[in-house]
Write a protein that binds this ligand. Sequence first.
Ligand code: GDP
Ligand code: MN
Length: 382
Amino acid sequence: MDLYEYQGKQYFARFGIPVSPGGIADTVEQAVAEAEKAGYPVVVKAQVQVGGRGKAGGVKLATNEAEVREHAGNILGLDIKGHVVHRLWIEHASDIAKEYYASFTLDRGAKQYLGMVSAQGGVEIETVAEENPEALARIYIDPAIGFTEAQARQLVEDAGLDAEARDGAIGILLNLYRAYVEGDADLVEINPLILTPDGRVHALDAKVTLDDNASFRHPEWDDFRDIDEFDERERLARSKGLQYVGLDGYVGVIANGAGLAMSTCDVVNQVGGSPANFLDIGGGANAEVMANALEVITSDTNVRSILINIFGGITRGEEVANGIKAALGRIDISIPMVIRLDGTNAEEGREILATVTSDKVLSLPTMLDAARKAVELANAKN
Ligand code: GDP
Ligand code: MN
């Protein structure tokens, strides 16, 4: 899960990393109110999950109410690299003496954590890394040993941070590492990390990616979930713990395994149809999961037929078939459904399915035939 800047700053604050006081605003009026609270001058910042907002006109300084109105009005609704701005972050503006860069991430190739610091922050760090790689000081960190103060000191010295910034930067790096490891993040990045003219070091931007695989041990992350980002179907699917992505088509797709679910969407396209969604029900296909999946699929009013594509692996065909059968008994489905069941004990499974097939529920042995049939039924319904 990627956090917005304002969420990233809330996250950093929990780990003792200094950020500027501010608040969020979804309207010009709210922006004015937040600017009053933060105290002028303020920065009006677009909240979109894409870098380079500054260059795109999404970060503006305002010294009075009229300027806040002007900038907030311009930035709300702005399209930044395909992301439309619906929310602003208004914070008290900082005086900047120097802009640095700091991050921790996982270097998959090296199988170690990678800490990076540069005295040339603010600009696009990719450009620094490409054109002037020695300006980006790096350290590999063994997760079993951790990140020490001595290493932090080495890093800021290697990066050539100004002497008066070093102690502050070291403190922030140690906390940033904690935010990375204890917080179960995949990436924590501060760009720019600034030195103020009066010698304080401070995070002006925040980029945080949390590791979704760790969300079970972070109930507090629920605050970060941007419910507005999901459509109604995705919200329902999420509440049922299903891996679902809404698409624009009309054939509801249920498959087990992400690869098979993607292939199923491809095959629906291949035979001239259009999938309404991607839905991976995972390894088990019991009645509960199947009923939930069908409920989510049928909540989508665009869906005109359903294609269930299950390949029995560890989950045997008859278990899957019994799951489908029980789910059909639980919810009333008026949309035609085509089931393709293959893999372990497919024959046994199909025999069970034969007891529930009707003109609404068909069972076909191959993926291609099943997809064709599902598309044909959807078109017939049109
Ligand atoms: P990004 O372009 O999406 O990375 O957005 P940032 O939050 O990093 O802001 C871009 C640039 O705006 C920074 O590199 C700063 O130069 C400038 N900026 C942001 N906040 C302030 C501030 O409080 N005061 C000043 N003077 N400049 C700021
Ligand atoms: Mn930035």
